[in-house]
Design a protein around this ligand. Structure first.
Ligand code: CA2
Length: 150
């Protein structure tokens, strides 16, 4: 079971709930973070959140996670999922288990969204379940990961 979880969100996810609700749903990032905070608090688990529109800032946050004792990450890297070797390298370097989350079903959208530079490093991938995908990932981390993962 994970004890110290970091939830990372990438570019434009700060806009959740304000635009394109048909694709990404009506829930804001603050709503998602509130929901996950409540779930983690009920289990007395440490959880922290970080969103950035900048690739390098996300790399810095992933690198810092190692020294903070983060033992599981939930990551929606947004469009950087499909482009960023830098994020992939950071995730590989820290070696912290993570679940890749997408609000939308990336396999029902444009072809370029089917490629992920990090999915093969992930414990698993959740896509298309909207905000519930984050909760599923957290429950997995709390019930199974990291020692029970796989
Ligand atoms: O489905 C997902 O969660 C994505 O990671 C979201 C990314 C997209 O590039 C990925 O292919 C799939 C885009 C995030 C943009 O979020 C917005 C939210 C509200 C309004 C506009 C953009």
């Amino acid at each position: 079971m994970a004890n110290n979880i970091l939830v990372l969100n990438g570019p434009n996810l700060n806009l959740l709930g304000s635009r394109e609700p048909d694709i990404y749903g009506p829930t804001t990032l603050a709503d998602i973070e509130r929901d996950l905070t409540a779930e983690a608090a009920a289990r007395r688990i440490r959880i922290s959140f970080y969103q950035s529109n900048h690739e390098g800032a996300l790399v810095d946050r992933i690198q810092a996670a190692r020294g903070e004792g983060v033992d599981f990450m939930i990551i929606n890297a947004g469009a950087l999922t499909h482009t960023s070797i830098a994020l992939r390298d950071a995730l590989a370097a820290v070696g912290i288990p993570f679940i890749e989350v997408h609000l939308s079903n990336v396999y029902r959208r444009e072809e370029f969204r089917r490629r992920s530079f990090m999915a093969d490093l992930a414990v698993g991938v959740v896509a298309g379940l909207g905000a519930a995908g984050y909760r599923c990932a957290l429950r997995y981390a709390l019930d199974l990961g990291p020692s029970g993962a796989g």
